[in-house]
Design a protein around this ligand. Structure first.
Ligand code: ATP
Ligand code: MG
Length: 392
């Protein structure tokens, strides 16, 4: 829903505001580039401008809602609104408010939320809210019984007044927040196509780090669906990162899993984790990534007990980031649905078939190394060298 004639998108960000001027300028430049890419990816016309430390999209009315959606799926954006741009003239603003009310008000309560960036203007935000409210009232009172409710209105009319222009808008669409993608160093994300790993990758991207996806092909223990699912979830993540390379490193791991299953009983899941982390470390070295990301959460599986995470993590010096560490499964599922990765990650496949009858929950590194087949980590290096790079 937008005011008639809306051809502008107001883009609001949050965490950028905590930065120094120099850092903010740097991050804004990245945000503008990412917004341009999001518009282009969706074939939405529009030019992105940087004004008053905030991006502004200029488009036309036919594309304005699509431009809002594009902005609202860009990391770093807190919210976006479709707005009419006009002279910073009070009468002109009230005319637009009245026209907007005639078009969109259908009864119930309303409020005017007015902001004035230029404090030198000869009137206050309260003046604009009050007089604008009157204009709206008069526009609709013949047809409805309007009611003003500043606490919890059914419809909010937004007004923002700057020195050289003013904006009128209706609702704000929430964005993901976070920081612009590319404003932090890349990280290797271990993706399996399960429910957790795409959410973990998303959370890291949201804080500005592009991901280098790594998928380990488990051969007969994974299956073709397993890979298709992993690729599909990464493809969905590319929608949030149209100007980034999210090609997947596919690692041949089938022989290693079969070998582990044959040679080890208790603890083989943990050795497999060590293999994964070592592979990820190799790819990180090759791509300049600064850390490893996984979808693990404390106690979600026996391989993810606090003790086991501690033991398996020691195979690499790189930090292993686990953005879902403290989250409940239900909550992870809710995020997966929200970001669109859920539907493709619910078929049961993969790792479950590697798990032994009696799972290790309280591993000791020395004990694990005593039963782990020799050469496992060399296998990881070789597998990383044999990786295929594929378009998701
Ligand atoms: P999910 O991948 O959603 O966590 P899951 O819970 O079935 O599915 P786990 O066995 O718990 O997977 O694996 C924990 C983490 O290890 C995953 O979140 C992912 O980061 C990584 N991982 C698991 N299997 C693979 C794989 N085949 N390739 C790459 N990474 C994997
Ligand atoms: Mg999991």
């Amino acid at each position: 829903m937008h005011p008639p004639g809306a051809d502008t998108v107001l883009v609001r960000h949050g965490d950028l505001n905590t930065k120094s001027t120099t850092v903010k300028r740097y991050m804004l430049r990245i945000l503008v580039e990412n917004l341009e890419a999001a518009l282009e990816d969706r074939s939405v016309s529009g030019a992105v401008d940087r004004r008053w430390h905030r991006p502004l999209i200029t488009t036309d009315e036919a594309d304005v809602e699509a431009a809002v959606e594009a902005a609202a799926s860009t990391f770093g954006v807190v919210s976006a609104s479709a707005a009419v741009t006009l002279e910073p003239d009070r009468e002109a603003i009230y005319d637009v408010l009245a026209e907007t009310a005639r078009r969109h008000y259908t009864g119930g309560s309303f409020a005017v939320d007015a902001r004035r960036a230029d404090k030198r203007l000869p009137y206050t935000s309260e003046d604009v809210a009050r007089e604008g409210g009157t204009a709206i009232w008069e526009a609709v009172e013949d047809e409805f019984e309007p009611e003003v409710d500043l606490e919890d209105p059914d419809l909010t009319f937004g007004v923002e007044i700057r020195e050289e222009e003013a904006f009128v808008y209706l609702d704000s669409v929430s964005g993901p927040g976070g920081l612009p993608l590319g404003s932090q160093e890349p990280m290797v994300a271990l993706v399996s196509g399960g429910i957790d790993s795409p959410v973990a990758a998303y959370e890291i991207m949201k804080r500005g780090s592009p991901i280098v996806p790594v998928y380990v092909d488990l051969g007969e223990y994974g299956g073709i669906d397993h890979e298709a699912r992993a690729m599909e979830t990464v493809r969905i993540l590319t929608q949030y990162a149209p100007n980034f390379d999210l090609r997947v490193y596919r690692i041949p791991g089938g022989e290693t899993v079969a070998h582990l299953v044959e040679e080890m009983e208790t603890g083989r899941m943990l050795s497999l984790r060590r293999f994964f982390y070592r592979v990820a470390e190799q790819i990180a070295e090759r791509t300049g990534a600064s850390a490893i990301v996984t979808g693990e959460a404390i106690g979600q599986k026996s391989s993810q007990t606090a003790q086991n995470l501690g033991v398996t993590s020691r195979v690499t010096d790189l930090p292993i980031h686990r953005p879902l560490l403290t989250r409940d499964k239900q909550d992870i599922v809710a995020t997966a649905r929200e970001i669109g990765t859920y539907a493709d990650s619910t078929i049961d496949a993969g790792c479950n078939r590697v798990a032994p009858d009696r799972a290790e929950t309280n591993a000791r590194l020395e004990r694990l190394l005593a039963v782990e087949p020799d050469g496992l980590l060399e296998r990881a290096t070789a597998a990383a060298n044999d990786a295929d790079l594929i378009e998701p």
